[in-house]
Design a binder for this molecule. Structure first.
Ligand SMILES: Nc1ncnc2c1ncn2[C@@H]1O[C@H](COP(=O)(O)OP(=O)(O)OP(=O)(O)O)[C@@H](O)[C@H]1O
Ligand SMILES: O=P(O)(O)OC[C@@]1(O)O[C@H](CO)[C@@H](O)[C@@H]1O
Length: 335
């Protein structure tokens, strides 16, 4: 890493320990483990679990395990909030979720013995105008005392992609670091709102650019097209193949870094992307050098696939895994 890149990565002098995660459409994840899923007939689950989740909640759990002071917000159904409240209290998180009428959705995750996961994600509760106003007040109050915001997951009924994008833009105008991880229309609208870091997976990137991305070079080209929108960090996750990260240096040159995890014993990949996001956020909060952030986040996410649900069972295991991450040379081109 050149001195200049180190300076760019470390340009914020303050070390941060506080972060806000925003989950507009949280979920209770009902995970069932099966030998094989029989589509169109009966499948028997060997075991099951129900836990509080949703992308931003998962990111919050990982950051909290790492030692961050986490505030969680978004919209939560009043009728089945108990598992969320228990989790937030275990995490010692500040609960700023706006309560809305109805029940938070239950998403079904069917994990087969070979690690393949079938996700059935439901739409979620309807959010009223009044709840939106309450949320906006809460969000911009939190902006008075926080620098890092992670907005992750899909949108519930009542929140348009444009409204979500307007929150990202406003946080950007306030000079906040917004990490944005969504998909489909929400991702498309949010990309024009100057998020500071995005983490599409290769499929989401392909859907956004409207073409197949069969090689790392094709993914890189698509990400470079996005960089022209003024997004500082584009992290493309590639499942078992690892991570590609595009950032810019002072000369407006694109700088690519790549990290590949070792082969893992896959139990469930649900939440691996959220764990990667949390790892990047933590590296920035701790002002680590870029290579350290990348290898840590990659190791953290690789470890996540060896368990059901998210969380950091041992930082030592992450550190050991970090030593097994391989990197290719960064590619430097003009954006
Ligand atoms: N089979 C695997 N083996 C090792 N590491 C993995 C595996 N799958 C995922 N990872 C790690 O987790 C990261 C995120 O995974 P992935 O690209 O599947 O994200 P995602 O599609 O956003 O995941 P999610 O299921 O949480 O939405 C990868 O970049 C990689 O570092
Ligand atoms: O419908 P969204 O918000 O895109 O995704 C929701 C979700 O699949 O994401 C998490 C895993 O990343 C799960 O905990 C949750 O069920």
């Amino acid at each position: 890493m050149s001195d200049q890149q180190t300076i760019i990565h470390n340009q914020d002098a303050t070390v941060h320990n506080k972060v806000v995660t925003i989950t507009l459409n949280p979920a209770l994840d009902l995970t069932g483990s099966l030998d094989t899923l029989n589509i169109g007939s009966v499948s028997l689950a060997n075991k099951g679990s129900l836990h509080a989740a949703g992308k931003g909640v998962n990111v919050a759990k990982v950051l909290s395990d790492l030692g961050a002071e986490v505030t969680v917000t978004g919209f939560l159904g009043r009728d089945n909030e108990a598992l969320f409240c228990t989790l937030f209290s275990e995490m010692n998180a500040q609960d700023e979720f706006i309560r809305v009428d109805g029940s938070t959705r239950i998403n079904v995750k069917l994990v087969e013995q070979d690690g393949q996961v079938s996700d059935i994600n439901f739409p979620g509760v309807e959010v009223s105008e009044q709840a939106i106003t309450e949320f906006e007040t809460c969000l911009f109050k939190l902006a008075e005392t926080h620098q890092f915001f992670v907005l992750a997951g899909s949108l519930p009924k009542g929140i348009s992609p444009e409204l979500c994008a307007s929150w990202i833009e406003k946080l950007h105008q306030l000079d906040k670091k917004v990490i944005f991880d969504s998909s489909r229309a929400a991702l498309a609208a949010g990309l024009d709102a100057h998020p500071w870091l995005i983490k599409p997976n290769d499929e989401e990137l392909s859907e956004f650019v409207g073409r197949e991305l069969e090689t790392p070079e094709a993914c890189q080209q698509a990400a470079q097209d996005l960089a022209s929108k003024g997004i500082e960090n584009i992290v493309v996750s590639l499942g078992a193949k690892g991570v590609m990260w595009l950032s810019k240096d002072d000369q407006n040159d694109a700088l690519w870094r790549y990290a590949q995890p070792p082969k893992m014993n896959v139990v469930s990949t649900v939440g691996a992307g959220d764990t990667l996001v949390a790892g990047f956020c933590w590296g920035y909060m701790k002002q680590w050098q870029a290579e350290q952030t990348l290898s840590f986040a990659t190791a953290l996410s690789a470890l996540a696939v060896s368990q059901v649900g998210v969380g950091v069972p041992s930082v030592q295991v992450v550190t050991d895994l970090q030593k097994q991450i391989t990197h290719s040379n960064p590619i430097s081109t003009n954006v």
